[in-house]
Design a protein around this ligand. Structure first.
Ligand SMILES: Nc1ncnc2c1ncn2[C@@H]1O[C@H](COP(=O)(O)OP(=O)(O)OP(=O)(O)O)[C@@H](O)[C@H]1O
Ligand SMILES: [Mg+2]
Length: 216
C-alpha cells in the first residue's frame, strides 16, 4: 500500500482551498485571465506556505498531469535537461494542449543554466508555462557566484507569498485535519503555538500532527 503523507493528502487542488494567500492568488487569477501560456512565473515565499501547491494549480490550468514536469531542485536543471525541455516544448501536448515545467528551489540555479534560461524565456510558446519557486526573497544575493538575478526575474511574473497572518488559519485548518484523522486531542491554542514553533510552515505542522504530538 502506498503511504500518503498528511500534507500530500490535504494539499489544496483549487485556488479557493489555498489558505491565507489571497493577495497572491488574486494576482495569479488576474494574470491567468490574460492567458495561461507563453509566460514564466516566479513564486517566492517561506517554506510550507503554498508555493509548490500554487505552482501545481497554475500548471493544471493548461496542462494535463502527464505533461507537467516538476524539478525538485535547480540541480536537476542540467544542460542536457534544458536541451530536452527546449525540444519538448516545441510540441503541443494531447488533452488540454499545454506543457508546464515547475522548477523548485530556483535560487540554486547555476550561472550557465541561468544564461540558457534567459534565451529560452524569450521565446516561450503559447502552449507552455514555466514556473519557478524559491524560498529566497529579493533580487540581491538570490544566486551564488555573484550572478545578477535581474535579467531572469524581469522575464517572469513575480508573485510573493506572505508569511503573515497564517498562524490562526493554519492552526484551524490543521486541527480540523487532525480531528478527521483521529489525531486531535488539544485545543486550538496548542495549534497556534505549533504554527508559531513551525514558523507557519503548514507542511511541518502536518508532519508533527502525523507523529501523534497533538494527541492528549
Ligand atoms: N496556503 C496553504 N493552504 C493550505 N495548505 C497549505 C498551504 N501552504 C502549504 N500547505 C500545506 O503544506 C504542504 C506543503 O506546501 P507547499 O509544497 O506548497 O510548500 P512550499 O511553499 O512549496 O514549501 P517549500 O519551500 O518547503 O518547498 C501542502 O501539501 C499543504 O498540505
Ligand atoms: Mg515547494
Amino acid at each position: 500500500m502506498k503511504t500518503t503523507t498528511l500534507f500530500e493528502k490535504y494539499r489544496p487542488t483549487t485556488f479557493d482551498d489555498v489558505l491565507g494567500q489571497e493577495k497572491a492568488i488574486n494576482k495569479v487569477k488576474l494574470l491567468l485571465a490574460r492567458g495561461w501560456g507563453g509566460r514564466a512565473w516566479w513564486l517566492s515565499g517561506a517554506s510550507g506556505t503554498g508555493k509548490t501547491t500554487i505552482a501545481r494549480i497554475i500548471a493544471g490550468y493548461g496542462a494535463d498531469d502527464f505533461y507537467i514536469t516538476e524539478y525538485d531542485s535547480a540541480d536537476a536543471m542540467t544542460a542536457a535537461e534544458i536541451s530536452r525541455l527546449e525540444q519538448d516544448m516545441c510540441y503541443l501536448a494531447p488533452g488540454k494542449g499545454g506543457r508546464a515545467y515547475i522548477i523548485n528551489e530556483a535560487h540554486g540555479l547555476r550561472k550557465p543554466m541561468i544564461r540558457r534560461l534567459l534565451g529560452l524565456l524569450e521565446r516561450i510558446p503559447n502552449h507552455v508555462c514555466i514556473i519557478f519557486t524559491t524560498t529566497k526573497t529579493g533580487e540581491s544575493s538570490l544566486f551564488d557566484e555573484q550572478v545578477d538575478a535581474h535579467p531572469l526575474l524581469s522575464r517572469c511574473a513575480k508573485i510573493e507569498l506572505t508569511n503573515q497572518g497564517l498562524a490562526k488559519v493554519f492552526a484551524e485548518h490543521c486541527r480540523q485535519i487532525a480531528t478527521v484523522e483521529n489525531l486531535n486531542g488539544k485545543p486550538l491554542q496548542s495549534y497556534i503555538k505549533l504554527a508559531q514553533s513551525c514558523k507557519n510552515n503548514c507542511r511541518q505542522m502536518l508532519m508533527t500532527i502525523e507523529t501523534g504530538d497533538m494527541l492528549l
